[in-house]
Design a protein. Structure first.
Length: 113
């Protein structure tokens, strides 16, 4: 299965790295990259339905509600979220491709572009 990393996913990874570097915890970011390559992407490629549907739990914040309102029709059946360690990954599982859309720390209230 083809896997793509959306620009928003790449931007969020850069922000995560920028957060952990000054905090003196670059190994956390390095471990995240290693896990993405060796665990998360292979698992989601093999089992694309592994994550829960994104809208199974209704958004709680105004920010998240506004983001959901901008989604195209039918996105509710394509968007899934997968929790890995302290991170939540938003992805779309299509029949022939897996698109990693965003990533956030589990304590953040919503996904950001």
């Amino acid at each position: 299965m083809q896997v793509s990393l959306a620009a928003g996913f790449r931007a969020r990874l850069a922000r995560i790295e920028a957060f952990f570097e000054p905090a003196g915890a670059p190994p956390v970011f390095d471990q995240l990259l290693d896990d993405l390559e060796n665990i998360v992407i292979p698992d989601l490629s093999r089992f694309p339905g592994l994550g829960r549907l994104y809208l199974d739990a209704p958004p709680q914040s105004t920010e998240a509600l506004m983001a959901v309102a901008r989604l195209p029709r039918g996105a509710d059946q394509l968007l899934r979220k997968y929790v890995h360690d302290d991170f939540v990954i938003l992805y779309a599982a299509l029949p022939d491709a897996l698109h990693l859309i965003s990533i956030r720390h589990h304590l953040e209230s919503a996904f950001h572009p």
